[in-house]
Design a protein around this ligand. Structure first.
Ligand code: NAX
Length: 325
């Protein structure tokens, strides 16, 4: 039997409440793999974690090896194969974005230092807690024992949202859509890009779409989908975020037949800084991620992409003092 250790932070929160059960009931790992799940949250949330643990046990998952619940990051990250950094402080009323960036930066700094000491050097780290791309930069800075290639930030929720909005527009199934990628930051500057998108391997349906719909409806709707969910549900996306994390992890473990969107820090041919985590069109083969550097960008696409890069550079400037440590 082969065992994989998966650590989830923010494990008493909303996303984790869907994510844990998706992973343990899902099919990312083959049947001979058992999963040890390490659940980390802050001390006041330990009671909730105990309830979550009992619920996991009550599912009698065949894939479950064992569960650790803890408020100690060194215990949670020890020998972990996959670290899903979901836990973060939410933005409270009246709080400035810069304050949120700094508060969460300090959480990710502390965790990265411990990951550096106790996690496996081969561990894959997925950063979800917002601002995800900039938090990934902090993790990369303080967890130097983990190769940069093993650190990614979640953009798959944006990619899934874009696919489902396009699927409704064209009345085509989601699985017929390929090469729809999202560039940039997980924020309202992200750029969902239909330039290369295919339906059942063919570009004719997408090419017929009115540009006004793309610019005035599609792009802003994807960019602001998170706010739309909050408006209706009164809470931020949780089940769809968990599903996207599952898809992201699945692509890392089992590779992907389609282009993937993830935040990565890489040299690239698109004139984007290689000092930020930015979402590109990615190809994942044999669990190795590479940027598809061959796309021709229209002037409009380049403008959108540069705007998102500018936002990420501003975020990096806000946390620059932390990166000096
Ligand atoms: P919740 O507020 O429900 O849960 C967050 C959990 O993190 C809480 O249980 C809290 O106690 C815990 N936490 C706080 N500080 C911690 C620390 N130092 N160590 C361990 N745990 C800690 O939020 P939830 O809805 O689960 O969202 C989690 C994060 O995901 C948020 O930052 C959210 O903004 C972000 N998201 C990112 C997305 C992405 O695509 N990158 C999409 C979904 C989501 O909005």
């Amino acid at each position: 039997m082969n065992k994989q250790i998966i650590t989830i932070t923010g494990a008493a929160g909303n996303i984790a409440y869907s994510l844990i059960f998706r992973i343990l009931s899902g099919s990312i790992f083959s049947d001979n793999v058992k999963i040890q799940i390490n659940l980390l949250d802050i001390t006041p949330a330990l009671g909730i974690l105990k309830g979550v643990k009992y619920e996991i046990e009550d599912c009698a998952f065949e894939k479950l090896d064992s569960i650790i619940i803890t408020d100690k990051p060194d215990e949670a990250f020890a020998d972990s194969d996959y670290i899903l950094l979901v836990g973060a402080k939410p933005r409270s009323k009246g709080m400035q974005r810069a304050d949120l960036l700094l508060d969460n930066a300090s959480i990710f700094q502390k965790q990265a230092i411990i990951i550096n000491e106790v996690a496996k050097k081969t561990s894959q780290i997925i950063v979800v807690g917002n601002p995800a791309n900039t938090n990934a930069l902090i993790v990369q800075h303080f967890a130097k024992n983990i190769p940069d290639e093993n650190i990614t930030s979640l953009m798959r929720l944006d990619q899934n949202r874009a696919k489902s909005i396009l699927s409704n527009k064209l009345k085509q199934t989601v699985d017929s859509i390929s090469r729809l990628i999202v560039w940039g930051n997980h924020s309202a500057t992200q750029y969902p890009d239909l330039t290369n998108t295919l339906i059942s391997g063919d570009d004719s349906l997408v090419k017929k779409i009115d540009m006004t719909w793309i610019i005035e409806t599609f792009i802003p709707r994807v960019q602001k989908r998170g706010a739309e969910i909050i408006e209706h549900r009164g809470k931020s996306s949780a089940a769809s975020a968990a599903s996207a994390i599952y898809d992201h992890l699945n692509a890392l473990v089992n590779s992907s037949n389609d282009w993937e969107s993830m935040g990565v820090m890489r040299s690239n041919d698109y004139d984007i800084s290689n000092e930020i985590f930015f979402s590109y069109p990615l190809i994942i083969e044999n669990s190795i991620i590479s940027i598809n550097n061959d796309l021709k960008l229209t002037d409009d696409s380049f403008k959108y992409i540069k705007e998102s890069e500018a936002e990420l550079l501003t975020e990096r400037n806000i946390i620059r003092s932390i990166l000096k440590d």
